[in-house]
Design a protein around this ligand. Structure first.
Ligand code: GLP
Length: 252
């Protein structure tokens, strides 16, 4: 596992985007797994500044709420359209998000899992981590070999995501999420973490027991993991050899 520690959130974006850009340069038709949440935003901002031909890329998002009306600004389909597809100038036909509006979301989940496999699998999967250790929307209790499926969101996750909605009541209760087993099939995992509030859960994920109680702990099962953390998030990672990078960011 490689751990890069950088001064702040914009620097996490610069370093992670550099890793993604190298993949795209060596494989212009790469398949990227994209994530929502606040942590990956600096990555997309920094990647957009690279002079790259991204016309052949395909992307698969990690997850989606079930039951939001089509076009809802906080649906992950819309978040991905704004933050990824438009920002990077990707071909919308090559950007996939689970269909949270499907009549049968269970079937949509199974089809999504198959679509990833049929596309040849994800080259690099970008990940954040939630305060309870969730990755994508795999909440504590998720099986380590779980596939893409419909899940019920934990109260803590709904509370954390209520900041994007008018009220907690507006946050959906269900989602479609790539499973932990699905995520582990990506050829590289790239986790981006920032903030002191993530320090404990990051250490638990990387050095605690591998357990469904901390879904992020599956990173320990993968042979090619890169973590990019800001200093605040990295304070509990003493057990690891870390590479500290001084990074010039646009705001620095
Ligand atoms: C969300 C997403 C996850 C994300 C996590 C943390 O619920 N489904 O993919 O990693 O929460 O988000 P943030 O980076 O904003 O803390």
């Amino acid at each position: 596992m490689e751990i890069y520690v950088v001064p702040d959130a914009p620097a996490t974006g610069v370093v992670a985007a550099g890793i993604l850009a190298a993949v795209v340069r060596s494989k212009p038709n790469a398949i990227l797994g994209v994530a929502t949440g606040s942590s990956p935003i600096p990555v997309y901002e920094a990647l957009a500044a690279h002079d790259l031909d991204m016309s052949q890329l395909r992307t698969f998002a990690l997850d989606e709420y079930v039951g939001l009306p089509a076009g809802h600004p906080q649906s992950y389909a819309e978040v991905v359209r704004r933050e990824v597809t438009e920002r990077l100038g990707l071909d919308p036909a090559r950007v996939a998000v689970p269909d949270g509006g499907a009549g049968d979301p269970h079937e949509a989940a199974v089809n999504y899992d198959s679509a990833i496999r049929e596309a040849g699998g994800i080259d690099v999967q970008l990940l954040g981590i939630g305060h309870n250790g969730h990755i994508a929307f795999n909440e504590p209790g998720s099986e380590l070999d779980s596939r893409t499926r419909v899940e019920v969101l934990a109260d803590r996750t709904r509370q954390a995501n209520a900041r994007y909605f008018r009220s907690l009541d507006d946050v959906p209760t269900r989602c479609i999420t790539q499973g932990l087993g699905t995520i582990l099939e990506a050829r590289q995992l790239l986790m981006v973490v920032r903030g002191a509030d993530k320090a404990e859960v990051l250490a638990a994920a990387l050095s605690g027991p591998v357990s469904p109680e901390c879904p992020g702990s599956v990173l320990q099962l993968h042979p090619h993991v890169t973590v990019v953390a800001d200093q605040a998030a990295a304070t509990h990672l003493d057990a690891f050899r870390q590479v500290t990078l001084q990074v010039a960011t646009p705001s620095a």
